[in-house]
Design a protein around this ligand. Structure first.
Ligand code: SAM
Ligand code: SF4
Length: 333
């Protein structure tokens, strides 16, 4: 019998869970982390190792087929290796999103756990720019670790948040990189969250990114690829490219119609949408000894059709609405 416990009012089946392992991070990216940092809370407000695993098991019982670990920076968590190994035993495809700095310490763990897909954030091909964007100095380790992952045969995607006047002049250099190496670059439109001082003037749209590709490579210099059913990115390849590039256009062209994602924050709250402001406290329910499945199904049923109810650009741009969400570092992107 088909498992419908994770199907919402619009017929979307949610079989992809993103788990944030921590709100902490070894970088301070300007688009993600508020300038003043985030308030660090006592450890007991966050999921312990066994709680992460118990909640993950419940979701796989309910039909989740893919789990991605994220954060904050998931690899700064002390028990990250333990969690990755144990999740590797569940019947799911396991993936991770990381800033790449600590990846060399985890390659063996990824291999043991059968984790093959690693998304690494890299916003510039220049060390000095990475310093100003991340307020730290990750460039040498992150780029060395991207090479290491490629050599070890991982499927590597590179996430770049495109920001006007900061790194947008490098968009076509990233595309060129995907011609020569089997790297899958994803350009992400700059999204609004609590504390990131968002204004769309700082963002670059999907249409503009494609216009730049056409300007540099010509309209026949790249081709549109077929996306997979729940892709959040529109995929392209430069002619003769070893890799691909893609655009995640959550601001100008959202892909909510095929969304299959739900999110678990590091403090054990279920968010049925990245942009949604409502949260369901699974950790409290688990700690009180009750079955968390009814809360999970109820949360999925409350999911809005588009961007947590911000169904127009005007609503998304309204600080009263997006400011009521968490900062990205505390959601788990
Ligand atoms: N620390 C890890 C990393 O940087 O990959 C995982 C967490 S991070 C929050 C996940 C992804 O969200 C990263 O690719 C990051 O670039 C992206 N991100 C964060 N804030 C964003 C924003 N305001 N708009 C678009 N993407 C954002
Ligand atoms: Fe940390 Fe990732 Fe946010 Fe950068 S994008 S501050 S690396 S969580």
């Amino acid at each position: 019998m088909e498992n419908t416990a994770l199907t919402d009012r619009f017929g979307r089946r949610h079989d992809y869970l993103r788990i944030s392992l921590t709100e902490r991070c070894n970088l301070r990216c300007v688009y993600c982390m508020p300038a003043e940092g985030i308030v660090l809370r006592p450890r007991d407000q966050f999921m312990r190792t066994e709680e992460v695993l118990a909640i993950a098991r419940t979701f796989t019982d309910m039909g989740v087929k893919k789990i991605r670990l994220t954060g904050g920076e998931p690899l700064v968590r002390k028990d990250a290796a333990h969690i990755i190994r144990d999740l590797g035993r569940l019947p799911v495809e396991l993936a991770i999103t990381t800033n790449g700095v600590l990846v060399d310490e985890f390659v063996g763990v990824f291999q043991e756990a059968g984790l093959r897909a690693v998304n690494v954030s890299l916003d510039s091909l220049r060390a000095d720019r990475m310093r100003s964007i991340s307020r730290r100095d990750p460039f040498a380790r992150t780029t060395a670790n991207i090479r290491l992952l490629q050599e070890e045969g991982f499927h590597v995607k590179v996430n770049m948040v495109v920001m006007r006047g900061i790194n947008d002049d490098e968009v076509t250099d990233f595309m060129e990189w995907s011609r020569h190496e089997p790297v899958h670059v994803r350009f992400i439109e700059y999204m609004p969250f609590n504390g990131n001082r968002w204004e769309w003037g700082k963002g670059v749209s999907e249409a503009e990114i494609l216009a730049r590709a056409t300007e540099r490579f010509g309209a026949s210099g790249y081709e549109r690829l077929t996306d997979r059913p729940n892709d959040t990115a529109r995929n392209y390849r430069l002619t003769g490219g070893a890799g691909t590039f893609a655009i995640i256009s959550s601001v100008t062209n959202p892909f909510c119609g095929t969304c299959n994602r739900i999110r678990l924050t590091a403090d054990g709250k279920l968010k049925n949408c990245l942009f949604g402001r409502t949260e369901t406290d699974l950790l409290a329910e688990l700690r009180s000894g009750r079955d968390i499945r009814p809360l999970i199904s109820a949360s999925v049923l409350k999911k809005q059709a588009v961007r947590g109810g911000m169904d127009s650009f005007e609503k998304l741009s309204d600080p009263a609405l997006h400011g009521a969400n968490r900062s990205m570092v505390a959601i788990g992107g």
